[in-house]
Write a protein that binds this ligand. Structure first.
Ligand SMILES: [Cu+2]
Length: 151
C-alpha cells in the first residue's frame, strides 16, 4: 500500500517534469547493505540534468535502528562537519542537523527491505565542485561514501 503510493508520486513527478519541456529528471539508484556498504563508489550526473531523482534501497534484513542507511549529499569539504553534527541530531532526525545548509540533499534513514527516494534540483550544484555522498548513520560515513560528479 505504502509502496504503491510512493510509485504513484514518482510517476507524477516524472510527468510534471516533462511538461516543462527543457526539464530532465535523471534517475539514480544506489543500494546499501547489512555489511555497511554502498554498491557504488561514484555517481555521475550529466550537466543537462535539471534534477536528480535518487533512490536508495536497503538490500539487507537488519532494522533501521541497528543498520540504518541514508544518502546525504554535501560538498566534500563539508562532509566531516555534516556527519558529526548528524550523529548529535539523533535517529529521529535521520541523523541530519535541523536546517543544516551544508546538506544539498538527503533521504530519510531506511532499514532492511526498505526503499526511499529524494528529488533535488541540479541548480544547487556547480560543475567542477567536489561533492561527496555518504551515510550519516553513526559510524558509517567513513566507509559508506562516494564521489558525486556533476557536469
Ligand atoms: Cu549507513
Amino acid at each position: 500500500m505504502k509502496l504503491a503510493r510512493i510509485v504513484t508520486i514518482a510517476s507524477l513527478l516524472a510527468v510534471s517534469g516533462g511538461a516543462f519541456g527543457a526539464d530532465k529528471v535523471c534517475k539514480v539508484e544506489i543500494t546499501g547493505t547489512d555489511s555497511m556498504q554502498f554498491d557504488k563508489k561514484e555517481i555521475a550526473v550529466a550537466a543537462d540534468c535539471t534534477s536528480v531523482e535518487l533512490t536508495l534501497k536497503h538490500s539487507g534484513k537488519l532494522p533501521a535502528q541497528a543498520m540504518g542507511h541514508n544518502w546525504v549529499l554535501a560538498k566534500t569539504a563539508d562532509v566531516a562537519g555534516v556527519a558529526s553534527d548528524g550523529v548529535g541530531a539523533g535517529f529521529a532526525k535521520d541523523h541530519i542537523k535541523d536546517g543544516d545548509a551544508r546538506v544539498i540533499a538527503h533521504t530519510k534513514i531506511v532499514g532492511g527491505g526498505q526503499t526511499t527516494t529524494v528529488t533535488f534540483p541540479t541548480s544547487k550544484l556547480k560543475a567542477g565542485e567536489s561533492y561527496t555522498y555518504f551515510c550519516s548513520f553513526p559510524g558509517h560515513s567513513s566507509i559508506m561514501k562516494g564521489a558525486f560528479k556533476f557536469g
